[in-house]
Design a protein around this ligand. Structure first.
Ligand code: AMP
Length: 187
């Protein structure tokens, strides 16, 4: 099994790159943001709990994410590996993921961090708001999502760096040039 995590602030392009990587390396793409948005759309119990939190840009509680993680792993037992996009976002989530992978006798192989500066991600997300109309792509929520990323998720980079699994990739450039940079590290 080959398991990969993609980190990056909102708007860094991790969703786009994850889809391409999943296709190339035949991995199951797990975007917790997409899963949560679908739960909200279907107004499930989980979706109703998550909705208001997502609209502010804060993180949905760890226990709900761990519940999602368990369901994903349970439903994809034959996967060749996973690419985690937007998960883990806290140390508690990273440890829960490690524990689950240990049980499966596998681990995280590599971690990619897409590095993009604040001004650039704000511009990208405001453009995306015009196209996709995502509720959390407004200036106030974007700023909060960036703050939350720095305070709660960035410490995880150190966690994986200590394990010698982390590659930092410049997230500025064309989709294809960034994809090539990631693949050259993984290959
Ligand atoms: P994303 O599409 O990854 O930017 O996620 C959109 C929103 O979903 C985030 O701002 C959070 O409110 C929530 N979310 C997604 N993934 C997680 C996670 N791993 N932990 C907590 N909240 C999450």
């Amino acid at each position: 099994m080959f398991n990969l995590i993609l980190f990056g602030p909102p708007g860094s392009g991790k969703g786009t790159q994850s889809i391409k990587l999943a296709e190339k390396y035949m991995l199951k793409h797990v975007s917790t943001g997409d899963i949560l948005r679908s739960e909200v759309k279907n107004q499930t119990v989980l979706g109703i709990k998550a909705q208001a939190i997502m609209n502010t840009g804060e993180l949905v509680p760890d226990e709900l994410l761990i519940e999602i993680l368990h369901a994903v792993m349970e439903n994809n037992k034959n996967a060749k590996g996973f690419i985690f996009d937007g998960f883990p976002r806290t140390i508690v989530q990273a440890k829960a993921l490690d524990q689950l992978l240990v049980k499966m006798q596998v681990s995280i192989n590599n971690v990619i961090s897409l590095e993009v500066e604040d001004d650039e991600v704000v511009n990208r997300l405001l453009k995306r708001a015009e196209i996709e109309g995502r509720k959390d792509d407004n200036t106030e929520t974007i700023n909060n999502r960036l703050t939350v990323y720095k305070s709660q998720t960035c410490p995880l980079l150190e966690y994986y760096d200590k394990q010698k699994k982390l590659y930092r990739i410049d997230g500025i450039g064309t989709i294809d040039s960034i994809f090539k940079s990631i693949c050259s590290k993984l290959d």
